[in-house]
Design a protein around this ligand. Structure first.
Ligand code: NAD
Ligand code: TDX
Length: 361
């Protein structure tokens, strides 16, 4: 067991990063150096009480800025890096891929180089203990037909979108830094996360908030694309487990054992809202609208989690049904957080995104 005292987390003001930081502060003794550029997707309020904890240090820096990263390693001397900072939304990557290459590929290369130089200068025992944990996605494996076996760590890479291609590029860089320089890396590839503090451009929060406002619920294509859903708190637990017990150089797939079609997910959200916040004018599912499909839309993702469950004894704890219910309740209760992220950047994005997307015939 190798548990670090000082963890440099990138993207710790985002959806998954903030869940991880909240857990690290509440459930471990580690100091967290939280490095985040605070793009439209980053919000320090998502850190809740962890934000003001003495073991939490916030550094607003951009991973595209190499000298800034060198300073962070020099000043904070981390024992481990957990790299989550990324441009994360597939639809945005279709509209404008450049930021995805800059942050996900070049930013990761910067971080690898800054980490490598720092790590090579450590004394032998600290070098041995150091870890660079890269957080990635199942989308790098491409997509599956309805009867194909789930993705394993050996599934060949076949990314479809600019987003997944940029994440695939970053994964390859991380493996190359291990093979070439011996940097002790860990990689995890996870399926779709859901839970509190998720930015409402992603399917689940977008549907909850549109439904509450009585707006159309835009389902791409026929709504029969399949995703595997994992609660973000379960993902954060898995990341901690891999960091403490994963074997350097190794990749671990993480999934939720909860494959659902998008239409099933949207119907489930509508059913919860019918109960929790009935609409005088009828049921929420009447708001569903089938819209033009996402270009290059992957049909299905599914995770074979044998490796992490057998080698590291990790399994998801939350069922999708109860996790989704709690998530709907969270968005109903946290209107202040919602209102703040719904201002500015988000509204602009929604207008340009759906401006050109027609209702399917
Ligand atoms: P997010 O978009 O909610 O958060 C990303 C964070 O990174 C934000 O706080 C943002 O400010 C920060 N960031 C972006 N560009 C940066 C830059 N250049 N420098 C510094 N900080 C920057 O994303 P998320 O959903 O929390 O995803 C986190 C990571 O997990 C990503 O690497 C993503 O690819 C991966 N992942 C996400 C999912 C999912 O379902 N959301 C699933 C598997 C893997
Ligand atoms: O309005 C919508 N209507 C719709 O039908 C939106 C936003 C999405 N969808 C569909 C597209 C997908 O099939 O729902 C599914 C989920 O879409 P997203 O929430 O955009 O997620 P996805 O494209 O699956 O990617 C997510 O999971 C893997 C994250 O955004 C990635 O960062 C992660 O790597």
């Amino acid at each position: 067991i190798n548990w670090p005292n000082r963890i440099l987390v990138t993207g710790g003001a985002g959806f998954i990063g903030s869940a991880l930081v909240r857990q690290l502060i509440a459930e471990t003794d580690s100091t967290v150096i939280n490095v985040d550029a605070l793009t439209y997707a980053g919000n320090p309020e998502s850190l809740a009480e962890a934000r003001h904890h003495p073991r939490h240090v916030f550094e607003q820096e951009d991973i595209r800025n190499r000298p800034a990263l060198d300073r962070l390693f020099r000043e904070h001397r981390p024992d481990a890096v957990m790299h989550l900072a990324a441009e994360s939304h597939v639809d945005r990557s279709i509209e404008g891929p450049a930021a995805f290459i800059e942050t996900n590929v070049t930013g990761t290369q910067n971080l690898l180089e800054a980490a490598r130089e720092y790590w090579q200068a450590l004394e032998p025992a600290a070098r041995e203990r150091f870890r660079f944990h890269h957080i990635s996605t199942d989308e790098v494996y491409g997509d599956l037909g309805p009867n194909d076996p789930a993705f394993t760590e050996e599934t060949p890479y076949a990314p479809s979108s600019p987003y997944s291609a940029s994440k695939a590029g970053s994964d390859h860089l991380v493996r190359a830094w291990h093979h070439t320089y011996g940097l002790p890396v860990l990689l995890t590839n996870c399926s779709n996360n859901y839970g509190p503090y998720q930015f409402p451009e992603k399917l689940i929060p977008l549907m909850i908030l549109n439904a509450l406002e009585g707006k159309p619920l835009p389902v791409y294509g026929q709504g029969d694309n399949v995703r595997d859903w994992l609660h973000v708190e379960d993902h954060a637990q898995a990341l901690r487990r891999v960091l403490e017990a994963g074997r350097p150089g190794r990749t671990y797939n993480i999934g939720g054992r909860a494959e659902r079609t998008n239409l099933e997910v949207v119907h489930a959200i509508c059913a919860h809202l019918d109960e929790l916040r009935p609409r005088p004018s009828g049921r929420h599912e009447a708001l569903i609208q089938f819209v033009t499909d996402r270009p290059g839309h992957d049909r299905r993702y599914a995770i074979d989690d044998s490796r992490i469950s057998q080698e590291l004894d990790w399994q998801p704890q939350e069922s999708f049904e109860s996790g989704l219910r709690r998530t709907v309740e969270w968005y109903l209760e946290n209107t202040e957080w919602v209102q703040r992220v719904q201002s500015g950047a988000y509204r602009e994005w929604l207008e340009t995104n759906y401006g050109h997307r027609g209702v399917a015939e």
